[in-house]
Write a protein that binds this ligand. Structure first.
Ligand SMILES: Nc1ncnc2c1ncn2[C@@H]1O[C@H](COP(=O)(O)OP(=O)(O)OP(=O)(O)O)[C@@H](O)[C@H]1O
Length: 570
């Protein structure tokens, strides 16, 4: 990277094929490397500050950009300062174009859950890579997210904002107000969590094909951003995905998870495993302590859960054999708490979905990540509760049929016999809209795998809807919803308090998720499916009255907490 003659030679290595863009800060060209015969994109960014000091900064920034390399960021090829008036940066050419265009071209046809989750994972890997190298992107938007011909992400234009002067940047923010984060509005410096906000805005847009924040006027927009008031996302997406996007858009930057915390979410594990960098650092589950008995208990539960142990024998009298569909569903939607090669029990270490109290490492422009802070990330207790509306379109026998399947399961709770009586029974209901009805009641094992949580409640609802083969789905086709997690850092509260709190939280979340689902089905007038969801609470199964009594009792019997101790799930 040299100025003067050196830069001319560098520029001569490329043949300009066409100008592909002209923005406020300069121009973009599609160029061909004369020797490599490979296409690149050359961006010429005008330097507004001509001082020697600023040129030095420009070189430093380019050196930084040049030193970064990740499978999910646009490859840097070359860079120079052109006769002191502009910076030229040559990067890899992404044949798939940018995400803003991709959304436009889709013309309302939503992308599949799998595709959105893959993109989210790859973007998080890119952002985590930048942040681990203490680089802020500062200009994350759909038009800076590129796609390869294989539909993989390449994040572009990172770090460039630093080369632009403050006025230009301010005007660019005004030019793209939908990406403004609350801290910018509050005059708090842009930090790592501001990148997370912008990524949340991008992900919302990718999922919903419309901006996360929209208002008829600027004041309305600012109000919405300040309240972090986002419109609902399309119902085809799982609540796990929606939850991940929503938590990136929390108003308080400290409450937004980091990219690496998001990557540890169980919902993204399969996409992470398929990525170029399936680093163990993102595993949500970590080696547990040496409690052998506890390990055996969980191993047994797990084997039972995935059907390795005969359920009839395990569940005892009254149990009914579960359908093959249920087994497939459970396996498909479960993350094993074991390292299957070493048989080692692992512990779920999810993101703290609601109240991660971290110091934002990016509260100043570029700051050092605190290694101790990273350490702390590994010390969250957790419990899991899920309401899953799973896609079952892969099953040939279900092709094109609609139905609802519901499973309610709970681990034993020593403290509460009544809850055990009600929730130890697992209910499976299949309500086939087109044809045959098939109802079974079945005991199911616990799904949670946190050694500290004796009590867990899992409600899992799978719903089959007709889904096309196309990757881009119009309308409702599939849903896989939610793993709600309550976590807390060690030491903030007494263990007993947290156990009770988690228990209440799980129950409240279970109820909330169930009600949300029912309301949604009612609103969409999917009454038969609604009936299927509610059937387990009817006379012949678990009565709604009993459930209500049990929930009320358990909520009334818990100790009171100070408001600062309560991590509420939203
Ligand atoms: N690495 C790349 N691969 C493929 N296309 C690219 C690449 N970089 C930029 N482009 C395309 O070139 C065009 C111009 O890009 P450029 O970044 O200069 O402008 P912009 O995205 O419109 O504006 P800005 O990023 O300044 O807001 C856009 O259509 C963009 O999709």
């Amino acid at each position: 990277m040299e100025g003067g003659r050196g830069s001319e030679e560098q520029e001569e290595a490329y043949e300009v094929e066409e100008q592909i863009g002209r923005g406020a800060f300069g121009s973009a060209f599609l160029v061909l490397h004369k020797v490599e015969r490979k296409r690149y994109v050359m961006k010429r960014i005008r330097l507004t500050k001509q001082t020697e000091k600023f040129q030095r900064t420009a070189y430093q920034e380019m050196a930084l950009i040049a030193s970064l390399s990740s499978p999910y960021i646009v490859e840097y090829r070359d860079g120079w300062v052109d006769k002191g008036s502009s910076v030229c940066i040559v990067t890899g050419y992404c044949e798939g174009g940018d995400m803003a265009n991709k959304i436009k071209k889709a013309r309302g046809m939503l992308f599949s859950e799998e595709r959105v989750c893959k993109w989210l994972t790859q973007l998080l890997l890119a952002v985590d890579y930048l942040h681990s190298n203490r680089v802020l992107h500062r200009d994350l938007k759909c038009s800076n997210i590129f796609l390869t011909k294989d539909d993989d992400i390449r994040l572009g234009d990172f770090g460039l904002a630093k080369l632009l002067n403050a006025e230009d940047l301010a005007s660019s923010v005004v030019g793209t107000p939908k990406y403004m984060c609350p801290e910018i509005l509050a005059d708090i410096p842009y930090g790592y969590k501001s990148d997370i906000w912008s990524l949340g805005c991008c992900m919302f847009e990718i999922a919903a094909h419309r901006p996360a924040f929209r208002a008829p006027d600027m004041q309305g927009l600012i109000n919405k951003i300040n309240r972090s008031s986002i419109a609902p996302m399309p119902t085809i997406y799982s609540s796990s995905l929606k939850r991940l996007i929503k938590c990136m858009l929390r108003k308080n930057p400290e409450h937004r998870p980091t990219a690496s915390e998001l990557l540890r979410d169980p919902h993204l594990q399969q996409y992470l495993a398929a990525s170029w960098t399936p680093s163990p650092q993102y595993l949500p589950i970590k080696p547990n302590n040496n409690n052998i008995q506890e390990k055996q208990r969980i191993r047994r539960s797990w084997d039972f859960h995935v059907g390795r142990i005969n359920r009839d024998a395990e569940a005892g009298e009254g149990a009914v054999r579960q359908s093959e569909n249920f087994d497939q569903l459970v396996r498909k939607n479960s993350v094993s708490p074991f390292n299957e090669s070493t048989n080692e029990l692992l512990e779920i270490d999810p993101i703290n979905h609601d109240e991660i109290k971290r110091i934002d490492p990016g509260s100043s422009n570029i700051s050092v990540l605190d290694p101790e802070d990273k350490e702390k990330d590994n010390h969250y207790d957790s419990c899991i509760l899920s309401v899953d509306i799973a896609d079952e379109k892969e099953k040939p026998e279900d092709n094109g049929r609609n139905g609802v399947k519901m499973v309610v399961a709970s681990d034993t709770t020593k403290q509460n016999e009544e809850s055990e009586r009600i929730f130890k029974s697992s209910l499976e209901v299949e309500n086939n809209i087109v044809g045959s009805k098939d109802e079974e009641t079945q005991c199911a094992p616990p799904v949670t795998c946190n050694k500290k949580e004796e009590d867990s409640v899992t409600i899992s609802v799978s719903k089959r809807t007709k889904a096309g083969d196309s990757d881009e789905i119009a309308g409702v086709a599939e849903e896989t919803s939610s793993i709600s997690t309550v976590t807390h850092p060690h030491g903030e509260n007494t263990h007993g308090d947290w156990e009770s709190l988690n228990l209440i939280q799980q129950r409240a979340n279970a109820l909330e998720s169930l009600l949300e689902l029912c309301a949604q089905l009612l609103q969409q007038e999917r009454l038969e499916e609604l009936a299927g969801v509610l059937r387990p609470f009817g006379e012949e199964a678990v009565s709604s009255r009993e459930t209500a009594i049990w929930l009320t009792k358990s909520l009334m019997s818990v100790p009171k907490f100070g408001s600062d101790q309560v991590a509420l799930h939203k």
